[in-house]
Unconditional design. Structure first.
Length: 172
């Protein structure tokens, strides 16, 4: 067999092209999802959500079994500090799924698609603000120890000699 053809398909395709293919496939699936939920309109959002939760659980159980990770899952669920955030995340994801299914079944496809597009952007913005504003405030004491001597030196120079460009200020 020729050496250039050896290996599985993912091994032969360059990583950048694989990323493009996976991204395109994900967008295609998400784009077609509303059509799928609309076909199941007779069942109702709660029943569809229950099936989605059930089959997600079955899929994860199979993956955990195949990968032999039962010990890690059991240890994770024993720790309340790690278990409660997982439970909260499960409820939030279920609420998200339920809202999405209900909205699509009631003709709000454009709105839900826009929501799924805007939500990650808003999350990144919100997390960025929290990290920058709150994080810097919490780190303020450590930053003050580093920045305050520079600022004090600059203020002293400005008072004694008048304002000068920052580049001319010497730091001790």
């Amino acid at each position: 067999m020729d050496a250039t053809v050896a290996g599985t398909y993912p091994e032969r395709v360059p990583e950048q092209r694989r990323g493009f293919i996976y991204g395109f496939a994900a967008y295609l699936i998400w784009g077609l999802f509303p059509l799928y939920w609309k076909l199941l309109n007779q069942s109702g959002a709660i029943e569809l959500l229950a099936h989605r939760v059930l089959w997600s659980l079955v899929t994860i159980a199979i993956l955990v079994a195949v990968l032999r990770k039962f010990g890690q899952v059991k240890a994770l669920l024993k720790e309340p500090r790690r278990r409660w955030p997982l439970i909260a995340a499960a409820f939030l994801i279920s609420a998200n799924w339920g809202t999405y299914i209900w909205a699509v079944n009631h003709g709000h496809v454009v709105e839900t698609s826009l929501g799924y597009f805007i939500t990650p952007l808003f999350t990144v913005l919100l997390v960025g603000v929290v990290l920058l504003v709150v994080g810097l405030t919490l780190l303020g004491e450590g930053l003050n120890e580093t920045i305050n001597p520079v600022l004090r030196k600059r203020a002293k120079v400005d008072v004694e000699f008048g304002p000068r460009p920052a580049a001319e200020v010497e730091v001790e």
